[in-house]
Write a protein that binds this ligand. Structure first.
Ligand SMILES: C[S@@+](CC[C@H](N)C(=O)[O-])C[C@H]1O[C@@H](n2cnc3c(N)ncnc32)[C@H](O)[C@@H]1O
Length: 421
C-alpha cells in the first residue's frame, strides 16, 4: 500500500477526467503490478470514479482557489485521498502518510503541505462538508446533471434508484459454457471449492458469485468452462432463439461475448458471421472464440453498408447489439458517466437507426432481428423501435424488455425482438 501506488492511481484517474481516456485504456497501466497491488489500484480507481462528483464537490469546498489545469494529477490525488478516508477501511494515518508522500512520486513536492492540510481538514469537518456537498443533486447522486435530467424525464418514478444502483458494485456473473459442462455441475464444482454462487432467475446459464474474485483462479478457467458476462447480456443469445444449422449474423459483434454464447448454444454448429467496424476490437473477438474453441467468420465492416459485405444469402437470425450511450452499465464502467456528452445521444440514435434499416433488408422472411442496447434512455430504445415499426410494416414486435440497472442483479439493458413477416 505504497505512495507510488497512490501516485499511479491519481495519474490513471487524471487520464480519464482530463484526457478523456476510457478505463479500458487506463487499466492496462496496472498490469505489471503485483496481484495485491493491482487489486488495490483497481479498487481505488473504480471507487474514486464512482464517487467522482461528490469527491469533487468536497474538494471545491476545501481548496481556497482552484488548482491549475497542469496540476490535475494533484487534484486527482486529493480525490483518491478523500475516497480512501470516506469510503474504505484503510486507517486514516496510512491514508494521510501515503497520499502526502505520493506528491513526491508525481514530482509535485510543492503540493505536499497542501494535500496534508486538506485531507486533515476533510477529516475534521467531514459532516459539514458532506451536508453542503449533498445539497446539489449531482453530488448527492454522483451523476452529471444532464444525465439526471434525461433519466428523470424517461423514468420519473425510478430515476433516483437508477442513479443509486449505478453507483453500487455489480456482482461478478459467469456464463457457464454449455458445451463443456452444465450450470448445475459447475455450481457444484464452485461449492466444492468453497465459492458461494447462485443461479439466475432469467439467464439460463448464469451463475452470480457472492463475492468478486480473480476469475483465473476459478475451476476450469483454462479449459474455457465459463466466461464472465452480466446476466442481462446473456439474455441476447437466449432471446434470439438460435438453433444449430441456422445462418446467423452478429452485426456489432466485438469483443464477442454474445457471439460466443450463440455458438455455445448451437454447439458450434451454426453458420455465424461476426461483423464489427473496429479491427482492434475484432482481434479480441477472434482471441475469445479461440479460447473457447468456437468458430465464426469474422469481418471488419460497417454493418450499416451491406453492399460491402452481404453475399446474397439472407439470415435466419440477426443480432444488432448496437453502439449506444451505455448508460445502463455505469456500475461496471464508472468512466462512462464522466466521458459521455449529451450530443453523443443524437449521433448514436442516428447510427442505430441506420443499422436497423440496413440489417432489416437482410433478414429472411420469418426470420428474427434482435435489437439490443446497454442503454436505459428511451430515445435509444422504445422510441427508436417505435419509429422503426412505423417505417417497416413487415415487422412484428414479438417481445420488448427494458431492464434497469440492479433489476435481479443485472446491468441496464434493452431488447426488442422483431420478426419479419
Ligand atoms: C455494444 S458493443 C458490442 C458488444 C458485443 N456484441 C459483445 O457482446 O461482446 C457495439 C459494437 O459495435 C461496433 N460498431 C459500431 N458501429 C458499427 C458499425 N457501423 N458496423 C459494425 N460495427 C459497429 C463497435 O465497434 C462495438 O464493438
Amino acid at each position: 500500500m505504497s505512495a507510488a501506488l497512490r501516485a499511479r492511481v491519481a495519474q490513471g484517474i487524471s487520464r480519464v477526467v482530463s484526457q478523456g481516456k476510457s478505463l479500458t485504456e487506463v487499466l492496462p497501466d496496472y498490469d505489471h503490478l503485483e496481484p495485491r497491488d493491482r487489486a488495490l489500484a483497481r479498487e481505488l480507481t473504480f471507487g474514486t470514479l464512482r464517487q467522482y462528483l461528490q469527491l469533487m464537490a468536497l474538494t471545491k469546498q476545501l481548496l481556497q482557489k482552484p488548482l491549475k489545469k497542469k496540476d490535475n494529477d494533484v487534484l486527482c490525488l486529493i480525490l483518491v485521498g478523500l475516497y480512501q478516508l470516506f469510503h474504505t477501511r484503510i486507517p486514516d494515518h496510512a491514508v494521510l502518510s501515503e497520499t502526502v508522500q505520493a506528491t513526491l512520486k508525481i514530482k509535485k513536492k510543492w503540493a505536499k503541505n497542501l494535500v496534508n492540510a486538506l485531507l486533515r481538514k476533510a477529516l475534521r469537518e467531514s459532516e459539514q462538508l458532506h451536508t453542503f456537498a449533498n445539497q446539489s443533486q449531482e453530488s448527492a447522486l454522483n451523476m452529471p446533471g444532464w444525465i439526471i435530467k434525461q433519466l428523470k424525464q424517461d423514468w420519473p418514478e425510478d430515476y433516483v434508484n437508477i442513479c443509486i444502483n449505478s453507483r453500487l458494485r455489480a456482482a461478478l456473473t459467469l456464463r457457464v459454457n454449455s458445451r463443456q459442462t452444465s450450470r448445475d455441475e459447475y455450481l457444484h464444482q464452485l461449492e466444492q471449492a468453497g465459492i458461494a454462487a447462485s443461479t439466475h432467475v432469467f439467464a439460463d446459464h448464469a451463475l452470480v458469485l457472492e463475492k468478486s474474485c480473480d476469475v483465473t483462479s476459478l475451476p476450469g478457467y483454462l479449459k474455457g468452462d465459463f466466461s464472465v458476462q452480466d446476466a442481462a447480456a446473456q439474455l441476447a443469445a437466449q432471446l434470439l432463439d438460435v438453433k444449430p444449422g441456422q445462418r446467423i449474423l452478429d452485426a456489432c459483434a466485438a469483443p464477442g461475448g454474445k457471439t460466443a454464447h450463440i455458438l455455445e448454444l448451437t454447439d458450434n454448429k451454426s453458420d455465424v458471421l461476426a461483423l464489427d467496424n473496429s479491427a482492434r476490437r475484432l482481434i479480441r473477438l477472434d482471441e475469445n472464440l479461440k479460447r473457447l474453441n468456437l468458430k465464426a467468420k469474422s469481418l471488419v465492416a460497417d454493418a450499416s453498408d451491406p453492399d460491402i459485405w452481404f453475399e446474397g444469402d439472407k439470415f435466419d437470425r440477426i443480432l444488432c447489439d448496437a453502439p449506444c450511450s451505455a448508460l445502463g452499465i455505469i456500475r461496471r464502467h464508472p468512466d462512462i458517466a464522466i466521458l459521455r456528452r449529451p450530443t453523443d445521444i443524437v449521433q448514436l440514435t442516428q447510427i442505430q437507426e441506420q443499422l436497423l434499416d440496413a440489417l432489416w433488408a437482410v433478414v429472411k422472411s420469418g426470420g428474427v432481428l434482435l435489437y439490443s442496447t446497454c442503454s436505459i434512455l428511451k430515445a435509444e430504445n422504445t422510441q427508436q423501435i417505435a419509429k422503426f415499426l412505423h417505417r417497416h410494416s413487415d415487422a412484428k414486435l414479438k417481445k420488448e424488455w427494458q431492464i434497469l440497472p440492479g433489476d435481479e442483479q443485472m446491468d441496464g439493458f434493452y431488447y426488442a425482438k422483431l420478426q419479419k413477416r
